[in-house]
Design a binder for this molecule. Sequence first.
Ligand SMILES: [Zn+2]
Length: 277
Amino acid sequence: MTSSATTHRRLPRSTGYLHTLLAVAVTAALAVGLLVGLGGGSPATGAAVPKTIVSLTFDDGNDDQLAAEQVMKAHGLVGTFFITTSWIDSPTWLTQANLHSIAADGNEIGGHTVTHPDLTTLPAADATAEVCDGRTTLAAWGFTATDFAYPFAAQNAATQQIVKDCGFASARSLGDIRSPASCPACPFAETIPPANPYETAAPDEVDSTWTLQNLQDLVTEGYLQKLPVDPMTGSNQTWRTVMEDASQSISQSEPGIFDVHSGSDKMSLDGTAYSEW
Ligand SMILES: [Zn+2]
C-alpha cells in the first residue's frame, strides 16, 4: 500500500447491505496484509456498495506486538489489542507506556482478564474477578475497555453473562471462522451485527500453518461469492481490483488486493471517473 493510494470513500455504515465482519486474531508480531474496502457509491443513484470489514486483533499484550502495530500504522491500519493486565510491565510484555502509544495511534485496548485463566473452569466469583478486575485495571491506566476476548476462547453462557455484567459490550471467540487447520468448513466471515455479541466469531489464531492465500480467502471468499452489481455498469463482473505493490506487501511474496473500483468509464457529476472511486 503506497502513499499514492487512491482515496477511499467510505459510506455511512447504515447504507451498507452486505457487511461482513472478519476478525483475524494473532498472538505474535504477525501483521496481516488484509484490507479490502469497496469504496464508492453513486451520488446519482445513492446506491450503496458493500465493503468487507476486517478486524485485526492481538491478544495478551506480548511486546513483539509493538512492531506489528508500527507496521499497521505505516499502512494506515488500526486494530484491537486485548490485554492480560497482570502481564503488563513485565519482561517480554508491553508496558503501560506502550499501551498508551498504541492507543494514541488509534488502536483499541480491550480486556483479556487479569491472569489469563480458562474462565469456564473457575468458580463464578473468581471468573468475575478476572474479567471485572482486568477491566478496572485498564480503566485505572486510562483506558475504557468496551470489548473483551476470552482466554483460550473458552466460554459458555455463564462466562458470557459475566463479561456482560462487567460492562463489556462484546466478547470475541476463536476458531469458528474458516481456518486451514481447525475449521476448514466454517463460514468465511462473521455477520454484522453478530448473532451473539458475547460470542463473536473469528478465525483461529494465525500461525505458520496459514498461507497468505488463506488470509486473502477470508476477505475475498466471504465477500466475493455475493459480489453485488456495480451500479455504474449494471454488472457484477466489472469491478476493477487494485493489487498492492508487491514490494510493499507485508508478506514480501505475493501482492494482495488493495482496492476495488467501479468498472465504469463514465464520469460522475463532480467530474471524477467512477472508476477512481
Ligand atoms: Zn490470550
